[in-house]
Design a protein around this ligand. Structure first.
Ligand code: NAD
Length: 272
């Protein structure tokens, strides 16, 4: 069985999941079914990915019981605001065809809209109504985290952020640790940009693993939850096969030293 993290609300989060960004709607049910068959129990979706119906189809076509599967989706930027977020969550529940979500995230803080606090209040309300078990955020930076916590007293269970060897997010991870927030890494493979780095190649040779497996293992040893994407059964299986080896402290440090403060995605202070 793969390891879990205990969230600050007492729920249990599988450390490793798979993401559905850019997975075509008509392939999503197959990917979900194959991912669950391979052993994944955490699925990362979002309304904006346009494949929540396929996600729901996949859930209905698997033998794995619903209560063993952790389903996350996200509120898109144009649905921020209290009432609009509550409606958007109900629409996601209906599209996926489930009674509750395991986790609902605010996809981006969109500071220029300045509605993320009321959006967060809507998530708190959805949790008290039992429509979602856990609530968290994505792409939040320190000021956004402090503000929702100060204004509502509710600490997100996790913050899903861009994190890979060229963007190691040391300060934000340290803040998460102080606040009891799990760091979940998106684009964990960093579009393959570090696969050829000597630190990754050396650890791969020493452990007999692929560069992707070395990088995913690095995330786990940093203490993060991680959600790589693959639409191929072989890639899904490879990315799950991380629990029979460990990186040494020197290997961990050498990979962390690849940091270049380099994003593949947008700057959360400006986006949306
Ligand atoms: P990723 O780092 O998982 O990389 C995916 C790419 O790597 C694909 O091209 C895939 O074919 C390839 N790949 C996967 N496994 C491989 C392997 N073992 N060897 C070689 N290549 C491999 O990137 P991603 O899809 O950008 O991110 C993962 C997930 O994170 C997304 O699906 C989504 O769920 C989530 N995400 C969230 C946000 C956000 O704003 N919250 C943004 C982007 C992505």
């Amino acid at each position: 069985m793969q390891p879990h993290l205990v969230l600050n609300d007492g729920q249990s989060l599988p450390r490793l999941g798979f993401g559905l960004w850019q997975v075509p709607q008509d392939e999503t049910a197959r990917v979900v079914r194959e991912g669950l068959a391979a052993g994944y129990r955490l699925i990362d979706g979002a309304a904006i990915y346009g494949n929540e119906a396929g996600l729901g189809d996949g859930l209905r076509r698997t033998d794995v019981p619903r209560d063993r599967i952790f389903v996350t989706t996200k509120i898109w930027n144009d649905r921020q605001g209290y009432d609009s977020t509550k409606r958007a969550a109900e629409e996601s529940l209906a599209r996926i065809g489930v009674e509750h979500l395991d986790c609902l995230l605010i996809h981006w803080p969109c500071p220029d809209q300045d509605r993320y606090v009321e959006t967060w209040r809507a998530l708190v309300s959805l949790r008290s109504e039992g429509r979602v078990k856990s609530i968290g955020v994505s792409n939040f930076m320190a000021p956004h985290l402090h503000r929702i916590i100060d204004e509502t007293g509710v600490v997100p269970v996790l913050n899903q952020i861009e994190l890979h060897p060229r963007l190691v997010q040391a300060e934000l991870r340290a803040l998460h640790a102080r606040l009891g927030i799990v760091t979940q890494s998106w684009t964990p493979l960093g579009q393959g940009r570090s696969f050829d780095a000597p630190a990754v190649q050396a650890a791969a040779r020493r452990s007999g693993k692929s560069p992707a497996q070395v990088i995913l293992r690095w995330h786990l040893q940093l203490g993060c939850s991680v959600i790589p994407r693959s639409t191929r059964a072989q890639g899904l299986a490879e990315n799950l096969d991380l629990f029979d080896f460990a990186l040494t402290p020197d290997e961990m440090d050498a990979i962390t030293a690849l940091d270049a403060d380099e994003r593949t995605g947008p700057d959360p202070l400006r986006f949306g």
